[in-house]
Design a protein. Structure first.
Length: 134
């Protein structure tokens, strides 16, 4: 049997019917949902109106976006701390450090979030800047 998707309005409508005194098993059979689905809806939407449920959904989406922004900012801070953690001696060391940072930005899953490694596992090769006359 294909899975049905109910909107928040429909879920709240089913909960309102249950509040009027209809038995839960009969209500679930009538709408084609399981008892577990009904009780999950009641835990999530119990006592909410349709407008409050819409507002809840908007707030959850906004919260998800903000959490993603915070995670990106934390990653940026870790990379910056890694860059300034050690005094760079010359231009070659600076170029290498920039390449390490770019590698970390490209492959963030390869580096732990808590403490970036002091020496990268596999640093990209140093590319000479300028014209290469051969």
């Amino acid at each position: 049997m294909p899975r049905k998707r109910f909107t928040e309005e429909q879920s709240i409508g089913v909960l309102k019917e249950a509040e009027t005194g209809v038995k839960v098993p009969d209500l679930c059979r009538q709408h084609g949902i399981s008892d577990a689905t009904f009780y999950a809806w009641r835990a999530k939407y119990g006592g909410l109106t349709v407008s409050e449920a819409r507002r809840l959904k908007v707030l959850e989406d906004e919260n998800r976006c903000l959490k993603q922004l915070v995670a990106e900012q934390v990653l940026d801070l870790q990379v910056l701390r890694f860059v300034v953690a050690k005094k760079l001696v010359g231009p070659k060391a600076k170029r290498l450090r920039v390449q390490i940072v770019l590698h970390q930005r490209t492959y963030p899953h390869a580096y732990p979030r808590s403490n970036p490694p002091r020496r990268p596992v596999a640093a990209p090769p140093v590319v000479a800047l300028g014209n290469a006359s051969a």
